[in-house]
Design a protein around this ligand. Structure first.
Ligand code: HEM
Ligand SMILES: [Cu+2]
Length: 532
């Protein structure tokens, strides 16, 4: 039987494909490319920070490096990662559909993504941008002598790709679910995609507005943000964070969806509190819009506003905590299989816990006053975004790799890399909490010597982390050339996607069961398959 790789074949078949599975591959290759660029910028930054006195790059180049790093990692790697790769591949399979509702829109969103991405990349490398990924005014509108307008334009264009994907997912979930799959039979990963898509559709236009206004103000001197012309620079921060806080959930919610799937498979248990996990995704999507002001505690915002935003920030942590409690309850007294995907997922839970709890520190007014714009904040968001979202992505890729490629990887290498990544990650970012607490500000290319030791630990950690990331890229790519293929259900898992062969045929299923199985009913299934 022909699988999707073979029908049809050839380079052109990839560039004009409307098969969601091939489009997922286009995204996988593209975001890996962007990730490598972003990682390279990070390596250069950490090499610079190895010693207290800047001597590798000039301050100006350093500013451009962290801007490239932030812009590329956020907009061109992390935001699209799980939705565009795993979401694209799995969503139709998980709900028993042939494809997304709008397959051509799906392809178009990849082209828009690439156009925006390559354009921004060109702008950030050829001359560069020094505003950081946040494009704060008045610096970005009045003082920066860098390619602000071009980079902002690229981000603006890419936003449309995000919106198209969100619309496509929402419509697909509403219209193409298997007749027997009601909302509460949906896998939690699909719930997570649904909540994420709502944020993508509602929040992305706000970001587009923010960067568009930056461009207009720079070119035409509109005076929206310039007080001399009656504008308000803080207005930019309000608009920007109104997107960018919800956007952190575009990065983390999909990973939470992966966690629920992998966790129940590798503990052979029904996920505890299915409905709580499903609803908490929606709660996060909605509350996420109410907390943007916690990025502006020290901006001169009124004390009343600060207090309200602080309170709301604590509130938005509740649904995340609900999920962590449910996962913990799932693991309680379960037989746990520590295969590669599960190691990543347990990594996610522990690192996200550190990231989330330190988020509560930052949401507390008095503590934020002390650690605002220090390395404490850098550590916090990396625990969420790298420790959380990237771990979820890697866990998901390893879990569904047999389905996606029809091949399997070497389990020993898999486990080894996962452990290296977790160690390297903590070595890199944990010292940054201490650095921030001690007062080292972020975004500086040199610093007082007292901070040198911890910075060196962090730089060494990043090399370890880099090595850890390198392995999966290599062994997963190599596995594609293996002769040996795997069966339909490598892990004896319960989801619909495991009923069709690996890799799936062009339109996913030859036949579907009349009734959808309970996708978490692990009691009726044989033990975990795969390698032992
Ligand atoms: C548990 C819920 C969370 C809370 C209460 C929280 C709170 C905060 C606060 C108050 C700040 C501002 C700190 C400052 O500027 O001094 C902050 C910064 C940040 N957070 Fe979180 N956060 C949470 C979850 C997340 C998640 C899920 C992500 C990402 C996926 C994330 C990513 C970021 C980023 C990127 C920044 C830095 C923004 C900058 O460049 O200044 N946070 N967080
Ligand atoms: Cu926020």
């Amino acid at each position: 039987m022909k699988n999707y790789f073979d029908s049809p074949r050839g380079v052109l078949s990839w560039l004009i494909t409307t098969d969601h599975k091939k489009i997922a591959w286009l995204y996988l290759v593209s975001i890996t490319f962007f990730f490598i660029i972003g990682a390279f910028a990070a390596l250069l930054m950490r090499i610079e920070l190895f010693t207290a006195h800047g001597n590798i790059v000039s301050p100006d180049v350093y500013n451009r490096l962290f801007s490239i790093h932030g812009i590329v990692m956020i907009f061109f790697f992390l935001v699209p990662s799980i939705p565009s790769v795993l979401g694209n591949f799995l969503l139709p399979l998980m709900i028993g559909a042939k494809d997304l509702v709008y397959p051509r829109l799906n392809l178009m969103s990849w082209y828009v993504f690439m156009i925006g991405g390559l354009f921004t990349l060109w702008a950030t490398i050829d001359g560069g941008v020094d505003t950081g990924w946040t494009f704060y005014t008045p610096y970005s509108t009045m003082f920066s002598n860098s390619h602000v307008v071009l980079a902002a334009l690229g981000v603006f264009v890419t936003g449309f790709s995000s919106i198209m994907t969100g619309v496509n997912f929402i419509a697909t979930i509403h219209q193409l679910r298997h007749k027997d799959m009601n909302w509460f039979k949906m896998p939690l990963f699909v719930w997570a995609m649904y909540a994420t898509s709502i944020i993508m559709v509602l929040a992305t236009p706000v970001l587009a507005t923010a960067v568009l206004l930056i461009g207009l103000e720079r070119i035409f001197g509109l005076g929206i943000f310039d007080p001399a012309l009656g504008g308000d620079p803080l207005l930019f921060q309000h608009i920007f964070w109104f997107y960018s806080h919800p956007a952190v959930y575009i990065m983390i919610l999909p990973a939470m969806g992966v966690v629920s799937e992998v966790l129940s498979c590798f503990s052979r248990r029904r996920v505890f509190g299915y409905k709580f996990i499903a609803y908490s995704s929606l709660a996060i999507a909605l509350f996420g819009f109410l907390v943007w002001g916690h990025h502006m505690f020290v901006s001169g915002q009124s004390t009343f506003a600060n207090t309200v935003f602080s309170f709301l920030s604590f509130l938005v942590a509740v649904p995340s905590a609900v999920k962590v409690f449910s996962w913990t309850a799932t693991l309680y007294r379960a037989k746990i299989y520590l295969r590669t995907p599960m190691i990543y997922i347990l990594g996610f839970i522990s690192l996200f816990l550190v990231g989330g709890l330190t988020g509560l520190f930052l949401a507390s007014l008095a503590i934020d006053l002390h650690v605002h714009d220090t390395y404490f904040v850098v550590a916090h968001f990396h625990y969420i975004m790298v420790g959380g979202a990237v771990m979820g992505f890697l866990g998901g890729i390893h879990f569904w790799w047999p389905k996606i490629s029809g091949k399997t990887y070497n389990e020993k290498w898999g486990r080894f890399s996962a452990v290296i990544i977790i160690l390297g990650f903590n070595l890199t970012f944990f010292p940054q909490f201490i650095l921030g607490y001690l007062g080292m500000p972020r975004r500086y290319h040199s610093y007082p010597e007292v901070y040198e030791y911890l910075n060196q630990v962090s730089t060494v950690g990043l090399f370890l982390l880099g090595i850890g990331y390198f392995f999966p890229i290599v062994y997963l790519t190599m596995s594609l050339f293996d002769k040996k293929t795997v069966g339909a259900n490598y892990w004896n898992a319960a989801g619909l996607e495991w009923l069709t062969e690996s890799p799936p045929p062009h339109e996913n299923f030859h036949e579907l069961p009349a009734t959808v199985p309970d996708v978490y009913d692990y009691e009726r299934l044989p033990d975990l398959g795969g390698v032992s």
